[in-house]
Design a protein around this ligand. Sequence first.
Ligand code: R5P
Length: 295
Amino acid sequence: MVVIVGGPSSEKLGSDIAKRLDLPYINLESKVFPDDESYMKFPEEISEDDLIVIQSCFPKQDKRLMELLFILDTAKEFGVKNLNVVIPYLPYARQDKRFRAGEVVSNRSIGNLLYTIGTDLLLTVDAHQEESLKEFKMRSLSISAMPLLAEHLKSMTLSDPCIIAPDKGAANHAETISSILKTNCTFFEKQRDRITGKVETAKKDLDFRGKDIVIIDDMISTGGTIANVSKIAKNCGAEKIVAACTHALLVGNAEEKMRDSGITDIITTDTVPNQFCKISVAPIIADTLRKFIEL
Ligand code: R5P
């Protein structure tokens, strides 16, 4: 028998996936102590062979990760044989190599932790670099939410839209969206100062008069990357400018920064729950689980 557990960050997503798969859903009792330590409790000791744990690790990432490790470790202790872990927003994925000598490669360390604790299968959504999952020792897969974003964009009234990737890393996402919408796409060049974190985007001489623009990225953190591109697009005559991404972390004044730069709409998924979630990733996660686990 397979059962699904939603961690404290993904109770709704977890139960939606369980409904789609027609599987029993376990609700954990959880609370946070005054000193910020997490407490969790399974309703009873589970004895199933297969467990699917859903826990998105958006900020506070470390807390979400610790909660996930507690759940996995406890499930192993109860005797669960196969641990299938779904982390819709996989944290620390951007530090996937040693950019400067001596740096920690956080992405690899997260993979090692999950493997060591007993993870058999890891699913995530739009991992920052899909390639980096190959370093993980357990079977790992990134599911693309781009077709879902494209379907939502189709339902919006957009005039002769052009899809823009803010950097080369997001070019594949822009291509996926533009091939579904049958529109043009282009990508910008971005430089990030590895010490200050400041982002610079090279200007492009484009004519966007009479066009709406969709800027697509895997994630929006401080909104700086999107704001840079939006300002350039505005100067090139763009009308409506939509920011679309899979994971909208929206740190600090990200929304204000993007609005000030000319962004009219923000479209995102529920890998990070917030007011801009227009799309649920439950269907694509459920479909992928169906392919990998004998249900
Ligand atoms: C990095 O390459 C990512 O794909 C995003 O472009 C980046 O993380 C966005 O960060 P921010 O919103 O802080 O500019």
